[in-house]
Design a protein around this ligand. Structure first.
Ligand code: HEM
Length: 472
C-alpha cells in the first residue's frame, strides 16, 4: 500500500452528508489530484470526510471527474464491482509526475489486472514461506551487526531494518535497500515526500523529492548492472509491468521507475507500522513488558533456537494484538479508480453513477474507529480489546478490522506483511533492551501524526531517541 503524509486526527463522526459541489473549471485533469492532495482549503474538507464519512456516500464533482468517498455501509455494494475498480489505475493520476513514467508504461500498468499475478506471488503457501525465510535471515544478520550499545533515532532505525527485511525477500539480499545506507536514507526521504512531486514547478518546489528520486533510480540501475543474474530471478522482477509489456525492458528506464513505485508500495506500510507500534508500546511500559516477555519466551523458538515462523501468531498473541491495534489506529483510506462506467447501489438513495476515471476513496478508518464497534475509547491504543478470554487473538474482533483493504479487494501480501513486522519487532525485543536516554523515569513524548492528506496510512511526525542495549 502506498504512502502519503497524512493528517493528524479523527474528529468523530460528521452528520449525514450528500454533497454535490459543481465547479466548472478549465483546469486539466492532472490538477485534480494536485488540488485534492495539496490545496489547504480542500484538504480539511475532503480528508475529514474520508476519515469520518458517516453518510453512505459523499460525492464531490469538482472537475469533469467525480471523487466519491464511501462509508462502511457501501462495502457490500462496492465489493460487487472489484473488477471495475482498481488500485493500479491510480497510476494514471500520478504516474508521470511522481514516478516520471512514460505514457506507454502508464498504459501498460493500467492496462492489465495485476491481482492474479500478485496473489500467486505473495499468497501461495510455498512463496510466503520462502519470502519469510529470506526476511528472517536478513533481520538476523542486521541485528547481529549492531553495536552492543547505541543511541539512535527510533523511526529511521526501525524503518530501515523493516524495509531491508522486506526488500531482501522481494529484491534479494544484495539489493540496495539491504546493503546501501545512503540509498536507504534517500528512500526514506522519498517515502515521506513523494507526493510533493505533484506540486506545480516541482523541480523548484519539491527539490528534496527530485534529488532523492534521481539518486534512487541511478543506484537501482547500478545495482542491476552489478547483480543482474540474481535480480532477474526475484519476485520484484517478475511483477514488473515493464518486463511484461516491453521486450526491450532492460534498456527502458521505466523498469527502474516501476521498481521504485513497487518498493514504495510494498515496503513503506510494514516499516511505518512497525515504528508506530513501538511508539505506542514505549508510552505503556506495562504493555511493553508483556510483549518483551512473550518475545523472550523460549517456548516460541524452533529446534534451532530461532523464532518459529510457522507458529508466530500462536506464539505471540499479545504482540499480534498490538500490531492489529496499531493498524486499526493508523490505516486510513484506499483510493480506487473506476475502470468503466457503472452504477453503485446506495442504501435508501438513488444509485450513484460512476464514469471511467472517477476516483473512489474507501475509508477504512470509519470502520476502525467506530465507537459502536470499538467502544468509547476507540481512539486509544488498547490491544487487549483484540484478545479473547483465553488470552488468544480474538478472530471475531480481528474480522471487524479493515486494515488490509475494503470492498472485496484485499492486500495479497497481508500474511507476509503481518508476520514480517511481528518477526522484526520480536527479534529486536529479544536481542535488545530499549532504554530512554533522557532517564528511566522520563516519559517519551506522545507520537504525533504528520499533517497532510492521507491515503493508505498515517505517518509519525515526531521522532524520539532511544538507547538499544544488547541483552546479556
Ligand atoms: C502490514 C503491512 C501491510 C498492510 C497494512 C497492507 C495493506 C494494503 C492495503 C490496504 C491494500 C489495498 C487493498 C485495496 O485495494 O483495498 C494493499 C494492496 C497491496 N498490497 Fe499490501 N499491505 C501490507 C504489506 C504488504 C506486503 C509486505 C506486500 C508484498 C509482499 C503487499 C502487497 C500488496 C500489493 C501487491 C497490493 C496491490 C493489490 C492490487 O493491486 O489490488 N502488501 N495492501
Amino acid at each position: 500500500m502506498n504512502v502519503i503524509p497524512s493528517s493528524t486526527s479523527h474528529l468523530g463522526a460528521v452528520g449525514p452528508v450528500y454533497t454535490d459541489t459543481h465547479v466548472s473549471s478549465p483546469f486539466p485533469y492532472q490538477f485534480l489530484l494536485l488540488l485534492v492532495l495539496i490545496a489547504p482549503l480542500l484538504y480539511s474538507f475532503v480528508y475529514n470526510a474520508i476519515l469520518n464519512c458517516a453518510s453512505p456516500v459523499l460525492s464531490i464533482n469538482i472537475f469533469p471527474r467525480k471523487i466519491v468517498v464511501t462509508d462502511p455501509s457501501m462495502e457490500s455494494a462496492l465489493s460487487r464491482h472489484t473488477s471495475e475498480t482498481s488500485l493500479a489505475n491510480v497510476i494514471f493520476l500520478i504516474g508521470r509526475r511522481v514516478f516520471g513514467l512514460s505514457d506507454s508504461s502508464i498504459q501498460a500498468i493500467g492496462g492489465y489486472d495485476p491481482r492474479p499475478v500478485h496473489v500467486g506471488e505473495f499468497s501461495s503457501a510455498s512463496n510466503a514461506r520462502a519470502l519469510l525465510a529470506a526476511m528472517a535471515e536478513t533481520t538476523g544478520q542486521k541485528l547481529q551487526s549492531q553495536p552492543d550499545v547505541q543511541e539512535t533515532e527510533l523511526g529511521p532505525w526501525l524503518f530501515k531494518l523493516t524495509s531491508s527485511a522486506v526488500a531482501s525477500a522481494l529484491w534479494g539480499p544484495e539489493s540496495p535497500w539491504v546493503v546501501d545506507e545512503e540509498f536507504q536514507n534517500q528512500f526514506m526521504e522519498l517515502s515521506g515526500s513523494q507526493m510533493t512531486l505533484l506540486r506545480p514547478f516541482s523541480k523548484y518546489t519539491a527539490k528534496a523529492a527530485h534529488t532523492a528520486r534521481a539518486f534512487i533510480i541511478n543506484r537501482l540501475q547500478a545495482a542491476h548492472a552489478n547483480n543482474r543474474a540474481s535480480r532477474v530471478r526475484q519476485i520484484a522482477h517478475r511483477i514488473n509491468a515493464v518486463v511484461m509489456s516491453d521486450p526491450e525492458w532492460e534498456s527502458n528506464k521505466d523498469y527502474f521507475n516501476v521498481e521504485l513505485l513497487t518498493s514504495l508500495g510494498l515496503m513503506v506500510t510494514p516499516s511505518t507500522m512497525a515504528v508506530w507500534m513501538i511508539r505506542h508500546l514505549l508510552l505503556r511500559p506495562d504493555l511493553l513488558d508483556r510483549v518483551v516477555k512473550e518475545a523472550r519466551n523460549p517456548d516460541a523458538l524452533d529446534e534451532q533456537g530461532n523464532i518459529d515462523l510457522v507458529r508466530i501468531r500462536e506464539s505471540f498473541p499479545f504482540l499480534a494484538a498490538c500490531l492489529y491495534e496499531t493498524l486499526r489506529l493508523h490505516m486510513t483510506a484506499i483510493p480506487r479508480v473506476a475502470k468503466a462506467d457503472f452504477d453503485v447501489a446506495v442504501p435508501n438513495s438513488q444509485p450513484i453513477h460512476l464514469k471511467s476515471g472517477d476516483l473512489i476513496y474507501l475509508a477504512m478508518s470509519s470502520f476502525n474507529r467506530n465507537t459502536e464497534t470499538w467502544g468509547s475509547d476507540a481512539s486509544t491504543f488498547s490491544p487487549e480489546r483484540l484478545l479473547n478470554n483465553a488470552g488468544g487473538l480474538s478472530a471475531s474482533m480481528v474480522r471487524k478490522l479493515r486494515v488490509f483493504g475494503v470492498a472485496g479487494n484485499l492486500c495479497p501480501g497481508r500474511k507476509v506483511g503481518l508476520e514480517t513486522i511481528m518477526y522484526v519487532v520480536a527479534s529486536v525485543l529479544r536481542e535488545f533492551d530499549i532504554e530512554n536516554p533522557r532517564g528511566e523515569r522520563e516519559q517519551y513524548p506522545e507520537p504525533r501524526t504528520e499533517d497532510g492528506f492521507g491515503i493508505g496510512f498515517e505517518r509519525c511526525a515526531n521522532d524520539i531517541n532511544i538507547r538499544l542495549r544488547r541483552v546479556a
